[in-house]
Ligand binder design. Structure first.
Ligand SMILES: *[C@@H]1O[C@H](CO)[C@@H](O)[C@H](O)[C@H]1NC(C)=O
Ligand SMILES: *[C@@H]1O[C@H](CO)[C@@H](O)[C@H](O)[C@H]1NC(C)=O
Ligand SMILES: *[C@@H]1O[C@H](CO)[C@@H](O)[C@H](O)[C@H]1NC(C)=O
Ligand SMILES: *[C@@H]1O[C@H](CO)[C@@H](O)[C@H](O)[C@H]1NC(C)=O
Ligand SMILES: *[C@@H]1O[C@H](CO)[C@@H](O)[C@H](O)[C@H]1NC(C)=O
Ligand SMILES: *[C@@H]1O[C@H](CO)[C@@H](O)[C@H](O)[C@H]1NC(C)=O
Ligand SMILES: *[C@@H]1O[C@H](CO)[C@@H](O)[C@H](O)[C@H]1NC(C)=O
Ligand SMILES: *[C@@H]1O[C@H](CO)[C@@H](O)[C@H](O)[C@H]1NC(C)=O
Ligand SMILES: *[C@@H]1O[C@H](CO)[C@@H](O)[C@H](O)[C@H]1NC(C)=O
Ligand SMILES: *[C@@H]1O[C@H](CO)[C@@H](O)[C@H](O)[C@H]1NC(C)=O
Ligand SMILES: *[C@@H]1O[C@H](CO)[C@@H](O)[C@H](O)[C@H]1NC(C)=O
Ligand SMILES: *[C@@H]1O[C@H](CO)[C@@H](O)[C@H](O)[C@H]1NC(C)=O
Length: 402
């Protein structure tokens, strides 16, 4: 390894520790994705870890001694529809025999979104406003998301973020950023497994502890969730409903998460899916109702692809809005002091600020460290910063050696 490369790595390490990793604003100002993803200690999470299931393990049971969770589960357990768990946590349904009539409205079977059991609301898979895209991202908060969230902010664009409970516990300051930036947070389960495979208690725990984690870290209690892989049936919908969670799936699929992990899904596949969305729009497919596309805050590829395709979507659709905004849900959380704009308010603000945004972007580029600055304008800052750290390292190394 060249000494220049060593110096570069040393500079990275120092710049990571030099950041203030105790506040949302401090964490949001880190430009380097490697530094962003160095774990940090957030005392409220550390103090509560034993009240939660192990991070990234399937939440198969209520945490021992959690009487509040047990009381909430007991209140619903006798009325949960009598539908058996199916398949494996990883979605192997090869052993499952299931009637073609789809008695349980199992999305994985035939993309059913209209429950068979009365009292359950239809899933949200499209949005009522014409030529509108319900804009959202699964699997966050990702530790390396600052470039992506900076970009959304530079476009004055809000989205619906479907957060995984385990990621919220690992990256609490990143979860807080969603609220600060004006995005909507929904639940995406504790450990991201196939929900119809869990027992009633397990399905409850996957949702309940994600709600608790988001509340602990951000202060809000979401009212919506998205099943990983879309895997939901009337039993799981019922459990979600008892936790005041409405079910949001999707109609279009970018397949972005499959790039690099599923054979046959290439970069071209993903870009084509974005292009089809726009050509379908031009063909009139969304003239009476808009749609929702599955996209992810999973890794650099999915976030960068969302950025690269954003201008096309923004130019083509009449509106790109968080799901709550598309549905005029102005109070997206149980805590009623948080509000989101109505669809009309969002759209008129977006068009009013469209011309102003190029001016403010230019202003932001002259304000180093500005929260609203675009990533490209911050790039020279990183380089200068690293170089300075490298010099400091060199200076202190020679001091030690001396
Ligand atoms: C980080 O920022 C917070 C809030 O501004 C401040 O209270 C704290 O002392 C800072 N920590 C460090 C290590 O600078
Ligand atoms: C699914 O489970 C069956 C056994 O029931 C097994 O034969 C098959 O290999 C599994 N498939 C995958 C993809 O693991
Ligand atoms: C399928 O059923 C067989 C026999 O009951 C069992 O051994 C196997 O683990 C099951 N596989 C899956 C994926 O459920
Ligand atoms: C649910 O969807 C079905 C099929 O599209 C529709 O007929 C029904 O009116 C919807 N129910 C509600 C409450 O919107
Ligand atoms: C669901 O919302 C209702 C009405 O606001 C509330 O009384 C109830 O406690 C909530 N249930 C849960 C599990 O939070
Ligand atoms: C995917 O394709 C786009 C458009 O051709 C290109 O800009 C981008 O760099 C490609 N990404 C990868 C990871 O190949
Ligand atoms: C959009 O276009 C693609 C490719 O032409 C097609 O396969 C798909 O069914 C269309 N989707 C909708 C909702 O019209
Ligand atoms: C977050 O994104 C980075 C790439 O930028 C990736 O290496 C990492 O695995 C992601 N983290 C999670 C928890 O998905
Ligand atoms: C993806 O990684 C490249 C190379 O490190 C970086 O320039 C870009 O900002 C990253 N994109 C996002 C959205 O994080
Ligand atoms: C949202 O509210 C506007 C009026 O402000 C109305 O025109 C529109 O139909 C509403 N949309 C939904 C989905 O309720
Ligand atoms: C909402 O109220 C809660 C508790 O009453 C408080 O902690 C929180 O800061 C408030 N949030 C806003 C945005 O006003
Ligand atoms: C309206 O636009 C301004 C920027 O032009 C932005 O600061 C503000 O957050 C937007 N408000 C809403 C409700 O989107």
């Amino acid at each position: 390894m060249s000494s220049l490369r060593l110096l570069f790595l040393a500079a990275l390490a120092v710049s990571a520790t030099a950041q203030n990793r105790t506040t949302e604003a401090g964490e949001a100002s880190i430009d380097d994705p490697v530094a962003e993803c160095v774990p940090y200690n957030y005392p409220p999470v550390t103090a509560s870890k034993t009240s939660f299931p192990p991070i990234w393990s399937p939440a198969t049971t209520i945490v021992a001694g959690d009487s509040a969770a047990m009381a909430t589960f007991s209140a619903m357990s006798s009325s949960i529809p009598n539908i058996a768990p199916r398949g494996t946590l990883m979605g192997n349904f090869s052993n499952v025999s299931y009637p073609a009539t789809d008695p349980d409205c199992w999305w994985t079977w035939d993309q059913c979104t209209t429950p068979k059991i009365s009292g359950l609301a239809n899933d949200t898979a499209t949005v009522p406003e014409p030529r509108t895209l319900g804009f959202g991202f699964d699997d966050g908060p990702n530790c390396s998301h600052n470039a992506f969230y900076d970009y959304l902010t530079s476009q004055n664009q809000k989205a619906t973020m479907f957060y995984i409970g385990s990621n919220v516990m690992d990256w609490p300051l990143e979860a807080q950023r969603a609220i600060v930036d004006g995005h909507q947070i929904c639940v995406h389960t504790w450990s991201h497994h196939y929900m119809t495979s869990f027992t009633n208690e397990g399905a409850f725990a996957e949702l309940y502890y994600t709600l608790q984690a988001i509340k602990l870290v951000t202060g809000v209690t979401p009212t919506c969730w998205r099943p990983p892989y879309g895997d939901v049936d009337d039993r799981i919908r019922y459990i979600a409903k008892q936790l005041n969670l409405s079910t949001i799936v999707w109609k279009e699929n970018s397949e972005d998460w499959e790039f690099g992990s599923v054979a046959g899904v290439t970069n071209q596949t993903v870009y084509d899916n974005y292009a089809y969305l726009v050509s379908n729009l031009s063909a009139g497919t969304f003239n009476t109702a808009g749609t929702i596309m599955l996209t992810h805050e999973l890794n650099n590829y999915t976030m960068q692809t969302a950025i690269d395709n954003y201008p096309k979507l923004r130019a083509a659709f009449d509106a790109l809005v968080p799901i709550a905004v598309a549905l005029n849900i102005t109070h997206p959380y149980a805590e009623t002091n948080y509000t989101m704009p109505t669809f009309q308010q969002y759209v008129s603000n977006a068009s009013a600020s469209a011309s102003a945004s190029s001016a403010s972007a230019a202003a932001a580029s002259q304000t180093p460290g500005s929260r609203n600055g675009g990533t490209s304008s911050q790039q020279p800052q990183v380089t200068v910063g690293l170089f300075m750290f490298a010099l400091t390292m060199l200076a202190s190394a020679s001091a030690v050696l001396a």
